[in-house]
Design a protein around this ligand. Structure first.
Ligand code: SF4
Length: 116
């Protein structure tokens, strides 16, 4: 399957997963297209559409948690930012994703008083 066709297929599949979680694809089409393209390449290389923004390690447990869409594993953190780490998905009410910022996990814990 070529890259464009696979991006389209991933969009279809991922939408079914993220919508019930309160997320949608970012309206920033350049970001969405770039992230999906990177995921297709990672999938071609590793067999799995890993996150394009979080590094793979030798730790299988870590790697499982960064298969897209990884929202269920990072729910509180991403809900706080109103987007996933890459910005591929945003909360459904977000119309201007350019206003959102990545907040490192440690900073999120500090701000909210949550425990890891
Ligand atoms: S941070 Fe976003 S793009 Fe990256 S794996 Fe998680 S849901 Fe997918």
């Amino acid at each position: 399957m070529d890259v464009e066709a696979r991006k389209k297929a991933l969009r279809f599949m991922f939408r079914q997963v993220v919508e019930p979680l309160g997320y949608k694809f970012t309206p920033d089409e350049d970001t969405a297209d770039f992230c999906l393209g990177q995921e297709v390449r990672l999938e071609q290389k590793h067999g799995v559409p890993y996150c394009p923004c979080q590094g793979l390690t030798k730790d299988h447990k870590h790697n499982i948690r960064i298969i897209c869409p990884c929202i269920p594993y990072h729910r509180e953190h991403f809900d706080y930012m109103k987007m996933c780490w890459c910005g591929l998905y945003v909360h459904k009410d977000v119309t201007d994703p350019g206003r959102l910022r990545q907040i490192p996990y440690e900073e999120f814990l500090k701000r909210t008083g949550r425990k890891p």
